[in-house]
Design a protein around this ligand. Structure first.
Ligand SMILES: Nc1ncnc2c1ncn2[C@@H]1O[C@H](COP(=O)(O)OP(=O)(O)OP(=O)(O)O)[C@@H](O)[C@H]1O
Length: 229
């Protein structure tokens, strides 16, 4: 589903070098200290930054130069990015059409994705009247609606308290199981990814210093990962 081939991405004073393979349906946790390049890695996959060298292959095609909109993926960032003046329904509907002119079938899809995250019945509410957890659910519904095979999440629930965060991560795991989504998720905390992620990559100073199946790494943790346990 995803392959980074010898990518080198240079920003002002920072270089990310990445080789990475993620098979369909696998769920990757991207771990690393602040400033190690986790968000840059996701931005490279998403197309917000382009590689200076190497290739970004998504769904078997070279997308190294493709725009964000032309990549078969959806994105959920730290901030839910809901529009305060639009209803829950319209915020989700934006995932389908920016002019919000939906036909009956599309409206049914919006309702279905809200039901999948347990937000049915709240379609007419404004984001400001929702709890943080509910806002996260709406953002997740919008992501689901786009129905793309690859999802990128950059610490999506970091603003939530630990209990709610766990609830959202469990919901993401259930949705990934159901939709066979391939996922790359940035995290600071290995506890967050248990039960959700199948694979792990650890970044240090712009390099992937460890990657592999999460269970194998946890069964016999190399020294590099011990500070994170
Ligand atoms: N657009 C940019 N232009 C120049 N430098 C950038 C840009 N984006 C990020 N950087 C730099 O790249 C380095 C890696 O940043 P990045 O945000 O990828 O790290 P991170 O691991 O996600 O950190 P955090 O956990 O704090 O979010 C940092 O030194 C940052 O200042």
């Amino acid at each position: 589903m995803l392959r980074l081939e010898h990518t080198v991405t240079k920003l002002d004073g920072f270089t990310l070098r990445a080789d990475l393979t993620l098979e369909p349906g696998r769920r990757l946790a991207v771990l690393g200290a602040s400033g190690s390049g986790k968000s840059t890695l996701l931005n490279l996959i998403a197309g917000f930054v382009l590689p200076d060298e190497g290739k970004v292959i998504i769904g078997g095609l070279d997308r190294s130069r493709a725009s964000v909109a032309d990549r078969p993926l959806s994105i959920l960032f730290q901030d839910s990015n809901l529009f305060p003046h639009l209803s829950v329904f319209d915020n989700v509907a934006l995932g389908l059409r920016s002019d919000l002119r939906l036909d009956g079938d599309q409206r049914a899809r919006v309702s279905d994705s809200l039901a999948q995250v347990g937000m049915d019945g709240m379609e007419s509410r404004l984001p400001g009247s929702l709890s943080g957890g509910q806002q996260s659910r709406v953002a997740l519904a919008r992501m689901l609606l786009r129905d793309q095979p690859l999802a990128l999440m950059d610490e999506p629930f970091s603003a939530l308290d630990p209990g709610l965060r766990r609830e959202m991560l469990d919901l993401v795991a259930a949705l990934c199981d159901r939709t066979k989504l391939t996922l790359a998720m940035v995290t600071h905390d290995l506890r967050d990814v248990s039960g959700l992620c199948t694979d792990l990559c650890l970044l240090e100073s712009g390099r992937i210093v460890l990657q592999g199946p999460l269970d194998d790494i946890l069964a016999d943790p190399p020294a590099l990962i011990r500070p994170w346990l």
